[in-house]
Design a protein around this ligand. Structure first.
Ligand code: ATP
Length: 504
């Protein structure tokens, strides 16, 4: 069995080999942390977006959609706090000339101690079988010591981040003996703040042109359209506005494939509520969003909440839904109770009232907001890495199968004539034409049938339909299921209904 690092490399290679994800500008040696989605990737991505959009907009009578522009008035980013505070602390190693996020260096250090705890606990579990009290106590003592160390670092780290104490961060990195993974030295520069927004100029005369930003999140487009939608949609609290769109962040260290990109896509929903009711709705969205993930049939133990202890100054509750990626549990989605911070800031900076008139209370107020925010690409990685499976079959051979949730798979069915003669391709094409109105279908008649099955398994197609000589006699085909490899015959006339049933 491959270790996690090898497994992750295999997943990345698989994504490329089967037309899911390519490095951007590959023939020019690529562009760091930017990726293109290939013929299968774009389908999976669209299906993820559709699954989210339906669950938000179609299934809620009080949530509507929006598609706001990427370019927005620059003052929006002043009001939101991004111009002054959307920074990451940056540090360079003078020997390797490599650049790091100071906070990530410290978090990685904490992770290493956590890995030690996991090992100790595993060791203790093994020993527990032939119970040896002394050994167990020793082990437990070590665990406690590691935990204390972590708590201590976390506390100091949070205080330094909150106080924006860059010199203190550097001192902590030195004190913990953190070395550069490339040079292995502790020869660090001072820590500096680095703003993650990409700036560009609007207008043709570069001298007089205004600096504008590529949006680092889609949420602000929702806030500045609050009044437009509330008025034109005759909305009543509580109501939500959902948006899917590109966001851009000049990440200092962009690693881990599509987990951290410089150009990515977000699916965000801002839910406006009456002040005082926000925590009730926060809990509602926490549970609803987790359910959305597990409804895909992905095992619930792959998800966990990480409630924030230290809250941003404008939030009164926040949690992350973390997913077990091949490199460990990491944030997949954020759910935040943002109070009236955003709308109040935009009131202040724009001079326009962004209030809701509550007919029952007969008063105007700025609504509170619960935000749910998830990266499309991170969701893609979660689904894709979870689906990647290497199986050993009964005959000792192996197969790689992408067990994607059927409703997200790029192609739902592949139509495969057993041989490329005897009129079978013609029947296959007829079936393709019938099914294509309802499903994404692939038609393939090259290579031996076994090889075609394996290829469809690797691409993640949930059903294969094989046309053979019996089809000519009784109009039935063989249906083969991807995960179980079970095969059964069905009349062609029943195919579409059967597939609809299975995919629902
Ligand atoms: P992280 O701590 O991982 O940088 P964040 O807390 O900055 O994430 P948010 O600003 O809350 O993330 O963004 C909401 C969601 O957008 C995240 O949960 C994630 O799914 C996605 N996201 C954020 N940054 C990136 C990125 N650079 N690449 C891909 N997806 C991202």
């Amino acid at each position: 069995m491959a270790n996690n690092e090898d497994l992750f490399k295999q997943i990345i290679a698989h994504a490329k080999e089967y037309g899911y994800i390519f490095p951007s500008s590959e023939i020019y040696d690529g562009l760091s942390a930017v990726y293109d989605y290939g013929q299968n990737g774009v389908e999976l991505k669209n299906n993820i977006k559709q699954y989210w959009w339906k669950s938000m907009v179609q299934y809620h009578d009080n949530i509507v959609g929006l598609d706001s522009a990427i370019f927005m008035h620059p003052t929006i980013w002043k009001a939101s706090g991004h111009v002054d505070a959307f920074n990451d602390p940056l540090i360079d190693n003078k020997d390797s000339k490599k650049r790091y996020r100071a906070d990530v260096l410290i978090e990685d250090h904490i992770q290493k101690i956590e890995d030690k705890i996991t090992k100790e606990v595993e060791k203790a579990r093994k020993r527990f079988e032939n119970f040896d009290e002394k050994m167990f106590r020793e082990t437990n003592g070590r665990v406690l010591q590691h935990q204390k160390e972590i708590d201590d670092i976390r506390e100091r780290f949070a205080a330094l981040m909150n106080a924006n104490d860059l010199a203190g961060l550097k001192a902590l990195i030195e004190e913990l003996g953190i070395v550069c993974p490339v040079s292995g030295t502790r020869n660090w520069t001072d820590v500096r703040q680095f703003n993650l927004m990409f700036a560009t100029k609007l207008g043709s005369v570069s001298d007089g042109a205004d600096t504008i930003y590529l949006r680092p999140e889609t949420a602000q487009g929702i806030f500045v359209n609050f009044l437009n939608i509330y008025k034109t949609g005759r909305m009543k609290l509580p109501f939500g506005i959902a948006q899917i769109g590109k966001a851009f962040r000049n990440e200092i260290v962009a690693r881990q494939f599509i987990f951290r990109m410089r150009e990515f896509e977000q699916m965000e929903m801002q839910f406006f509520v009456k002040p005082g009711e926000e925590l009730k709705w926060f809990d509602y969205w926490k549970q609803t969003r987790l359910q959305w993930h597990t409804d895909l049939g992905i095992a619930p133990e792959n998800y966990r909440f990480h409630d924030h202890e230290k809250l941003a100054h404008y939030a009164n509750a926040a949690t992350d839904i973390e997913f077990k990626f091949p490199f460990g549990f990491k944030e997949l989605e954020g759910i935040h109770s943002r109070t009236d911070f955003d709308l109040s800031q935009h009131e202040k900076y724009s001079g326009k009232k962004l209030r809701y008139f509550d007919p029952e209370a007969n008063e105007n107020y700025v609504p509170y907001v619960i935000e749910t925010s998830i990266g499309v690409d991170r969701m893609f990685l979660a689904v894709f890495s979870n689906a990647y499976t290497e199986e050993t079959l009964e005959d000792g051979s192996t197969r790689v199968v992408l067990k994607l949730p059927a409703k997200l798979a790029p192609n739902k069915v592949a139509v495969l004539p057993l041989v490329k003669k005897d009129g079978l391709p013609e029947i296959g094409k007829e079936i393709f034409d019938k099914l294509k109105k309802d499903f994404m279908v692939q038609y393939e008649d090259k290579d031996a049938i076994g090889r075609r099955y394996r290829r469809q398994d690797a691409v993640g197609t949930p059903f294969c339909v094989t046309v053979d000589n019996q089809t000519k006699e009784d109009n039935t085909v063989t249906v083969r299921e991807r995960d179980t490899m079970a095969q059964y015959r069905l009349p062609i006339a029943e195919l579409a209904d059967e597939l609809h049933k299975k995919l629902r």
